[in-house]
Design a protein around this ligand. Structure first.
Ligand code: DGY
Length: 318
């Protein structure tokens, strides 16, 4: 019997490819160049499963181009790139990779928070430009992190992991998440509404999924509530923040700084953001550690294998 076919839209860690090979006839778009839409549509024509990235748009057209498809396995916890409703209508399982990237993404949110608070990127540039001519009482003054207030937007796994790290810094934790169960939260964390969080938090870290409810959740109105010392961190999805309003808030110093791993129209990063010293900018690397990306790829592989074998996959979203 021929093996079922899987199309993998980009090279992924080898252990996951090895695992897929045990079950599937694997075809990988391994070239460095991005996968063109026409090529993508052709590649799924005879695919039984698809292992894709958060940058691949899995819409009606793509799903219709793949009449044999039984599983879309996303190499990400977020799945806003997939038309889940249409996939469900067509009986296609949609899977993701929750859990394995929680701590790694929380680490990166903290790296951004610390980098903004203590101006690490500016300071590094200062040294590299040979401008460091000795210790100075007013040189590169940042703000303290310990003892301050952290506001977490979205208290799923990653939001909680970020909040847990704040305990080590003796911080007060505020959180906003209309969907989270307050009973499951440590009692010392204070539940609040978005307005109060924007008013009171020194650091705000976003960990919500991108949905129609969270698109532009943070915009001009929210920046107006924040103070000139507020630092915003976004490692979730770019469109949760109105980027035009953010740029204005940073330019006018309505907030102190922003640490961004994600952008509204990725991979486009507006020139205005690139020009700002009070923005730390990363290329969507929240989960990018060797260990975590390997775990994610293995989980995505196991998801596809389970669906093809008629079993319940480790993480199915529909
Ligand atoms: C995700 O998994 O959704 C992240 O954005 C990438 O790891």
């Amino acid at each position: 019997m021929p093996k079922p076919k899987i199309f993998v839209t980009r090279n992924i860690p080898q252990p996951a490819l090895d695992r897929l090979e045990e079950v599937f006839d694997v075809s990988v778009h391994a070239s460095g160049a991005s996968l063109g839409r026409e090529e993508f549509l052709r590649a799924v024509e005879d695919a039984d499963a698809l292992l894709c990235l958060l940058t691949d748009s899995i819409d009606k057209e793509l799903l219709d181009a793949a009449p044999k498809l039984k599983c879309v396995s996303n190499l990400a916890v977020g799945y806003n790139n997939i038309d889940v409703r249409y996939a469900t209508q067509k009986g296609i399982a949609v899977c993701n990779t929750p859990g394995v990237l929680t701590e790694t993404t929380a680490d990166l949110a903290w790296a951004l928070l610390m980098a903004c608070a203590r101006r690490l990127v500016e300071a590094d540039k200062y040294v590299r430009e040979s401008r460091f001519d000795g210790w100075g009482p007013l040189l590169m003054l940042g703000v303290d992190v310990h003892g301050k207030t952290l506001g977490v937007i979205g208290m799923g796994r990653i939001g909680r992991a970020v909040a847990r790290r704040a305990e080590g810094f003796g911080m007060r934790v505020l959180w906003f998440d209309p969907k989270a169960d307050p009973g499951s939260m440590p009692p010392e964390y204070e539940r609040t509404d978005l307005e109060n969080l924007c008013l009171q938090a020194d650091f705000i870290s976003i960990h919500a999924p991108l949905t129609s409810d969270t698109r532009h959740l943070i915009g001009a109105q929210q920046f107006a509530l924040m103070g000139p010392k507020t630092i915003l961190v976004n490692t979730a999805r770019g469109p949760i923040v109105d980027e035009t309003a953010l740029i204005k808030a940073l330019q006018e110093k309505k907030i102190a700084a922003a640490g961004l791993d994600v952008y509204e129209r990725e991979p486009e990063v507006p020139a205005e953001l690139l020009a700002l010293d009070n923005a730390v900018l990363l290329p969507h690397i929240g989960s990018a550690s060797i260990e975590t990306r390997t775990q994610m790829a293995l989980m995505a592989a196991e998801n596809a294998i389970a669906v093809i074998n008629g079993q319940e996959p480790p993480a199915r979203v529909n």
